[in-house]
Design a binder for this molecule. Structure first.
Ligand code: SAM
Length: 280
């Protein structure tokens, strides 16, 4: 295996800087730099882009992103212990790595970056879904980013790309497919990480659509989908009865059988129902 840069191996970095993984911060590190470079490549051509990385930790993926030619990486890390290791990477790639200490849930990401922007991260599992939902549901569309390339637990990755009729199909699948083209690009076994988590992981690549796939008012679509999947075992006429007094008529107008259940309904039909309900 060839080295991707002249910096020390990650095991040495962790030992030198005392970066023992903390469970509370969702720390499962990737120590194989060939693997992190491969994840960086799965985000597409990075050469003309600013990359936002959440949770660089000891910097394995950060080094992959820089070695693969990212114009600039902005890395947001909550754990201040990682700073010295990240400063060493910044010194090896002058002017290309900006380290931001803080909580990714509390920062205005767009303000840190210049377009075009790609987001690439091995996310802490405890905040991953929350961050994804926020990136997929901004006040304006298109958002500040062009694509998201993100590590999730395999089960969450399957929910993101799920099609109607499957158990994994739900709110996340609908939101993701409505506004992006999502696909799983890589599977990782627990042993790829240090320490190894209990579950398998997968990298999902989501390319933003210029406009949502079908017209619908975002707030209404969110409400309908939340109500439908909130009681996914129930027929839609029951699960959605709070949405309109004449819900059966509205469902039929949208081409949906009132006796159908949420997991049978395509994104296109959910959007038709949201438009129907937006009529008031
Ligand atoms: N990118 C590194 C890698 O691939 O080896 C570390 C990935 S580890 C799964 C998640 C990282 O996110 C940790 O470094 C952790 O400290 C950081 N983190 C956890 N919560 C965070 C938050 N709210 N904001 C920013 N970083 C956070």
């Amino acid at each position: 295996m060839s080295a991707i840069d002249d910096l020390p191996p990650l095991r040495a970095v962790i030992a030198t800087h005392g970066l023992q993984a903390k469970k509370a911060l969702g720390q499962n590190f990737l120590l194989d730099l060939n693997l992190t470079a491969k994840i960086a490549r799965s985000a597409g051509d990075l050469s003309g882009a600013d990359v936002l990385e959440i949770g660089p930790g000891p910097g394995g993926l950060t080094r992959g992103l820089l070695a693969e030619g990212a114009r600039r990486v902005v890395a947001v890390e909550k754990d201040t212990r990682c700073r010295p290791a990240l400063d060493e990477i910044a010194a090896a790639y002058p002017g290309r790595l900006e380290i931001v200490e803080g909580d990714a849930l509390r920062l205005d990401h767009a303000a840190l970056l210049r377009p075009p922007v790609k987001i690439v991260a091995n996310l802490p599992y405890n905040v991953g879904t929350e961050l994804l939902t926020r990136w997929l549901d901004p006040p304006e569309w298109p958002p500040f980013w062009e694509s998201l390339t993100l590590m999730f637990q395999r089960e969450v990755a399957e929910r993101i790309v799920a099609e109607p009729g499957s158990k994994a199909y739900g709110r996340l699948s609908i939101l993701a497919r409505w506004r992006t083209e999502p696909r799983i690009v890589m599977d990782l076994p627990p042993q790829a990480f240090t320490p190894a988590p209990k579950v398998h992981s997968a990298v999902v690549h989501l390319k933003r659509r210029a406009a949502p796939l079908y017209p619908a008012e975002p707030r209404m679509l969110t409400r309908v989908v939340a109500a439908a999947f909130g009681q996914r075992r129930k027929m839609l006429r029951a699960a959605l009865k709070g949405m309109a007094p004449d819900i059966e008529t509205r469902l039929e107008a949208a081409g949906i059988a009132p006796t159908a259940r949420a997991e049978e309904i395509s994104l296109e039909r959910f959007c038709a129902l949201a438009r129907e309900l937006s009529k008031g």
